[in-house]
Write a protein that binds this ligand. Structure first.
Ligand SMILES: *Cc1c(COP(=O)(O)O)cnc(C)c1O
Length: 616
């Protein structure tokens, strides 16, 4: 398979399979071509060819060398080559830049350093090979493919060594292979983002046998018998993945800190001023409201620290019922079902509503919990462009199905923008599709009294109104509100509700009291709104234009490592502003995410705006 776009190569792969597997293999290779990261092809060439015989060879033994820099990696290559009897390892290394950008490999006489490939631009291509236990054909496995290639190369006549660096900018691991030492993985041979890759085959033998070596590399069908990884290597594969994550600036550690997550003004006992927290979704500061924590304490004392069983067995306690009733009332719905988290609410609801043969239409920026619910359901997933409701309308016309669910975040959690709910509902109704909206960041934030999108737009409601107790309500758990029938159905069908121990009573009682406090004092919401407007104005004065319709203010940076560095620099100035990276947002769309809350003072906000401006 070769895929290209306007003549530019995008991806290529080959398989050796029994005749009966040809159709499936071609389909998988087509999927791989269409799903490749480096672009959408406008041309895919698929060729199936009979081969008369195939040789089986063993895979090279594998070892790994962990290095902390490309320089150390290249030193290791020199060391391996010297130990394998190549006297001029340094000179061989110095040839490497000349093979970058060649289509195939440089074929180098290991002793005279003469280039033996007939065409210097094309090089020699090792093809016509496959693994005995192929990984799925529609996904690339760098390591398995490289091991197969290196094993074939070193079984060619007179080829005694190979050096390889991938041209994938995100894949910094490379290898050196010799007959004596096998395949030595080296964890870093270039800096992340660098597209320069290439390979050198090292030849030692008579000149008149070069053609035979090339013919073997390019035409001899070979299957490489991959070893079952020995037990100790199970974790080596995980370590490899972690290395790649670190090399790309995507490694994350749980953020620790023992200060309560409140704005600075609420804290005083610490010798160092505690950081001003712009990371928390506790938008109204209700998680520390004395009445809320008292209600949670009281429930723990009365009902215990855990609920002991699932909701439908014996885990349903008065705090669960109280909260479900209060939420239904607050949302103006007939009924509400509470889950142990917002994540589980989305997972269980989406997968209960649709299944195989049905269709889900999902905004491309929906929260991961919605995406996971879609995948779990088995329904066909049609992703529409972010907030593009005209596209949604058209896609609904194009995808008939027995049941259809349209699902969207109400407030998008990383951009802070809002769904146009009236238009969304009109489209769903017209097409007879279920409508579901996730109001995790809308409850307590959107609408004059924090009731969410329907209040803000003064319009009707979606069939399924999902939200969390973990954000503006300062507790833990998730809910879905809707008609009595809709919620009754979820209680019978949502597996994350049925097969999950009921949420703990303290969280329920805390959320319930938080809801009461929110209703009793809508001034909190007003303060939040004023704070957001103040921060946006301060940023504008510093020349930073940001848009938000919620309490989430995204400041786009782009590069993952730059965003992390900016966040660290802000931490030194006493500001807790997280960098958000892939996979939470798209690669190259890293950002600072400023979450404003009602307890921030104007001084806090002005300080943040100045510090951010200084960092950009
Ligand atoms: C946080 C969040 C969830 C998950 O809620 P948890 O209670 O944290 O599990 C779901 N959807 C959106 C949009 C969210 O931001």
């Amino acid at each position: 398979m070769r895929a290209s776009e306007s003549g530019r190569h995008i991806s290529g792969a080959e398989r050796i399979v029994p005749a009966g597997h040809i159709a499936d293999t071609l389909a998988a290779l087509t999927r791989r071509a269409l799903g490749h990261e480096s672009g959408t092809p406008d041309s895919i060439n698929l060729k199936a060819e009979a081969i008369p015989r195939v040789t089986h060879i063993p895979a090279l033994p594998v070892s790994t060398c962990e290095v902390s820099s490309p320089e150390n990696g290249w030193n290791e290559i020199e060391r391996v080559l010297s130990s394998a009897g190549f006297d001029n390892a340094k000179a061989i290394r110095a040839m490497f830049p000349d093979c970058i950008g060649m289509r195939g490999a440089m074929l180098l006489d290991a002793d005279t350093l003469e280039r033996l490939e007939p065409d210097h631009a094309r090089g020699v291509r090792a093809t016509c090979m496959d693994a005995s236990r192929p990984s799925p054909a529609d996904r690339k496995n760098h390591f398995a493919e490289a091991l197969v290639l290196a094993s074939k190369v070193l079984s060619a006549p007179n080829i005694l060594g190979e050096i390889c660096v991938s041209d994938d900018p995100n894949y910094v691991t490379g290898y050196v292979a010799t007959r004596e030492f096998g395949y030595r993985r080296i964890t870093q041979l270039k800096t992340p983002g660098d597209p320069a890759g290439g390979r050198i085959f090292l030849y030692r033998g008579p000149k008149d046998e070069v053609a035979r070596a090339i013919a073997y590399l390019e035409h001899e069908p070979v299957i490489v018998d991959l070893p079952q990884l020995p037990p100790t290597d199970r974790f080596a594969a995980l370590a490899m993945d972690l290395d790649a994550i670190k090399a790309q600036g995507l490694y994350r550690a749980p953020c620790t800190g023992d200060s309560p997550r409140l704005a600075s003004s609420a804290l005083d006992s610490n010798p160092l001023p505690p950081p001003i927290d712009f990371s928390s979704n506790d938008y109204l500061g209700l998680s520390h409201d004395p009445e809320v924590t008292a209600a949670a304490e009281e429930a723990a004392r009365r009902y215990g620290s855990g609920s002991g069983a699932s909701r439908l067995v014996s885990g349903t306690l008065p705090p669960h019922l109280d909260l479900e009733l209060a939420l239904a009332q607050f949302k103006g719905a007939e009924s509400t079902i509470v889950f142990s988290s917002g994540y589980l609410a989305n997972l269980g609801t989406v997968s209960a509503l649709v299944g195989k043969g049905d269709v889900i239409l999902s905004d491309e920026l929906n929260h991961a919990s919605i995406i996971d619910g879609c995948r779990l359901s088995g329904a066909e997933i049609v992703v529409y462009p972010h907030l593009d409701l005209a596209a949604l309308d058209r896609l609904l016309s194009e995808h008939p199905a027995p049941r259809r669910l349209v699902v969207s975040d109400g407030v998008f959690s990383m951009d802070g923008d809002l769904l146009d709910l009236p238009r969304f509902l009109e489209i769903c109704h017209r097409h007879g599709a279920f409508s579901m909206v996730d109001e995790a960041h809308a409850l307590g934030v959107i609408g004059r009294t924090g009731h969410g999108l329907a209040e803000h737009f003064a319009c009707g409601q979606p069939d399924f109104m999902m939200g969390t107790l973990s954000k503006a309500l300062g507790s833990a758990g998730g809910y879905v509100a809707g008609s009595g029938l809709a919620i009754d159905y979820l209680r019978q069908k949502a597996r994350s509700y049925i097969f999950n121990t009921a949420p703990d009573p303290a969280a329920m009682a805390g959320a319930r009291m938080a809801l009461d406090r929110l209703v009793a004092d809508p001034g909190r919401i007003e303060r939040l709104r004023r704070n957001v407007a103040f921060l946006v104005r301060e940023l504008a004065q510093q020349g930073i234009d940001v848009a938000t319709q919620s309490a989430i203010v995204p400041i786009l940076i782009g590069d993952e490592r730059k965003a992390v560095a900016a966040s660290a620099a802000l931490a030194e100035q006493g500001l807790l502003i997280p960098a958000i990276r892939y996979p939470t947002v798209a690669r190259g769309a890293a950002r600072l995410r400023v979450a404003v809350n009602a307890l921030h003072s104007e001084a806090d906000l002005a300080h943040a705006a100045r510090a951010i401006a200084n960092r950009l």
